[in-house]
Design a protein around this ligand. Structure first.
Ligand code: FAD
Length: 385
């Protein structure tokens, strides 16, 4: 997000002094370098959301960027399949979203689904989204970095912002101090922390969710031609375990949305800050207690996915021929920087923007923020004074 915004700024004002402050030694070590690499078509999102406004446009801009810079990207489409009668109303809802937003999506009968994905197991119907694509996301990040460096954007690596002085228009790392005319906070899973330093995001707190993946063995990868997704629970901001043939040709299974205990809790205990973990655990307990958006069911079903057998169950609902030995463990995992609305005790479904006179903050940059990146950057720069 930060790199996309920097690119948009250079396009609009080539003489602007732009600096990217990044706490890591290189870009893409967090969500943007750890996702499924899918350019979503936007079928999941209701009309009144920023996600709906930005997704299809962002995907088109990113496909064009990939083509221009020879970054691997394949518009191979995906199938969304119901697995029980309960899913059928949501199928209609998704099709109506698609119609509302001019997204290409076709309702198929079982035979037509099987012509595209012979091993899928749809209940009565399926939806084909031909514009869904897979992309080399790290390739996008590297290309953005090269272009920005060539245009004179200054990068400060290993530069974690730990303090802000909004009145002086200044942010500080452990060793340096930076003054700014305008600041855009695109800090992903840490964005709410930074925003709070500006007195913003007072109604929100982070509850991170971990996405882990398995990979299909070479023997079974042929069971999936492109991508097979379940019909999601549209009350929740997660899509459910799906099968995606990524740009390398491997088929990944996942990701989960397992409640996690830290903003960078990629492994079992890795990335946990114990003091904050306690607060996160309390927030999760509160959500569990209130049970809004059916949180208990989500927590039960997702926690079980730490066990391979339950993970396999989720994958087998889509492709019954899969066997335990077909799922190979991977190190791939990511954290969804999910915000909870504290007053209403519910997970925020859409992106949130908050601002001060001299700063704009991107909060809840959950999926599909990677797809939306370039369109999102346009919107953010439009909102700058
Ligand atoms: C498992 C998973 C699968 C996903 N799949 C998809 C998908 O298929 N398609 C899709 O469109 N989206 C997907 N998403 C969502 C998408 O990856 C994210 O929404 C998007 O990458 C967010 O980008 P970002 O720039 O906001 O965050 P990030 O990529 O996390 O970048 C934030 C950057 O800010 C830096 N930073 C943080 N705090 C500070 C600080 N204090 N000082 C300096 N630097 C700081 C971090 O080091 C990081 O580099 C997925 C997400 C996950 C977790």
């Amino acid at each position: 997000m930060g790199l996309s915004v920097a690119l948009e700024l250079t396009k609009r004002n080539p003489l602007a002094h732009i600096a990217v402050l990044e706490k890591e030694p290189e870009p893409g070590l967090h969500a943007s370098g750890r996702n499924s690499g899918v350019l979503h078509c936007g079928i999941y999102y209701a009309s009144d959301t920023l996600k709906a406004k930005l997704c299809a446009k962002g995907a088109a801009l990113m496909r064009a960027f990939a083509e221009e810079h020879c970054i691997p990207c394949e518009r191979n489409g995906k199938i969304i399949i119901p697995t029980s009668a309960q899913d059928l109303p949501t199928v209609e809802r998704l099709l109506s979203n698609a119609a509302d937003h001019g997204i290409r999506a076709e309702k198929l009968d079982v035979q037509a689904v099987k012509a595209l994905e012979p091993y899928a197991n749809p209940y009565q119907v399926g939806i084909h989204c031909p514009d869904t694509a897979v992309i080399d996301g790290k390739g996008v990040i590297q290309q953005l970095r090269r272009m920005l460096e060539a245009q004179g954007v200054r990068f400060f690596w290993n530069c974690k912002i730990v303090e802000v002085v909004p009145a002086a228009k200044c942010v500080k790392s452990a060793t340096d101090s930076f003054s700014y005319g305008y600041l855009l906070n695109c800090a992903g899973a840490h964005a709410d922390r930074l925003a709070k330093m500006f007195g913003l995001a007072q109604n929100h707190a982070l509850v991170p969710f971990k996405g882990i993946y398995y990979k299909l063995s070479p023997r079974s990868a042929g069971l999936v031609k492109n991508s097979i997704y379940p019909v999601p629970d549209i009350a929740l901001p997660f899509l459910g375990v799906h099968l995606t043939r990524v740009i390398s040709g491997d088929v990944y299974v996942g990701p989960t949305a397992i409640p996690a205990l830290g903003r960078e809790n990629y492994g079992l205990l890795q990335g946990i800050e114990w003091a904050e973990s306690l607060t996160i655990a309390q927030r999760l307990a509160q959500l569990y207690w209130d049970n809004s958006q059916n949180f208990r069911l989500l927590a039960h079903s997702e926690m079980k996915k730490y066990l391979k057998t339950y993970f396999l169950d989720a994958a087998r609902k889509l492709v019954p021929a899969l066997k335990a030995e077909d799922l190979l463990p991977t190190q791939k995992s990511g954290i969804r920087p999910q915000l909870v609305n504290i007053a209403e005790q519910r997970l925020e479904m859409d992106y949130l923007l908050e601002h001060t006179e001299n700063s704009l903050h991107v909060l809840n940059a959950i999926s599909p923020a990677f797809t939306c990146g370039f369109a999102f950057a346009e919107l953010l720069v439009d909102r700058m004074p």
